[in-house]
Design a protein around this ligand. Sequence first.
Ligand code: SF4
Length: 210
Amino acid sequence: MSADNARSSTDLGVDSTEQSILIGLSKVSLALKSQSWQDAGAHGVSPTQAQILALLQAKGSAGMRLSEVAAGLAVTAATASDAVRVLDLKGLVLKMRSAEDARAISIVLTPQGQKLAQRTSCWSDLLLGAVDELSEPEQTVFLGGLTKMIRKLQESGQIPIAKMCVTCRFFQPNIYPDGDKPHHCDFVNAPFGDRDLRIECPDQIAASTI
Ligand code: SF4
């Protein structure tokens, strides 16, 4: 390779640490994809259908509208509609009138869907063992970096809106001198630390919506 062609990652504006992080993330992503295909396939649903079951499980009895399901998975309404139709045929979800708005339809899990959602979410055990390898300070730093990355991707519209502390109306960052618990959550009216920053909190209300 000529000297001209032998451009380093630094020439491309990516330093070697950034490059290593990108490679590391792509390897984790591959492992997750592979595991989710295997697990979902073993239970007779596609990965998209398994993700919908997981979303509905997190939402509880309130269920979700089709548009929320599509936004939650960052897929088109047509893709979400197709996956929900198949889940409905399999008896894993039900469509019912929303308790909040009688004109709207909510999608909720059936008892059978609830059971399957629990089983197909076991793939997260794959990562749990790896995260356990990190010390508590390492986990705290990792969570901080992950939160920043998710926020950036969210702001540029590349991933669905995550219900994170850092974008929550109840979040008051760094208001206490206590290094372990400098933040405050108005929802539960309690201080908390970086280790407890949430990335998917059911009580979150986006600060921009007020
Ligand atoms: S309500 Fe949830 S997302 Fe909002 S600050 Fe409290 S813990 Fe964080």
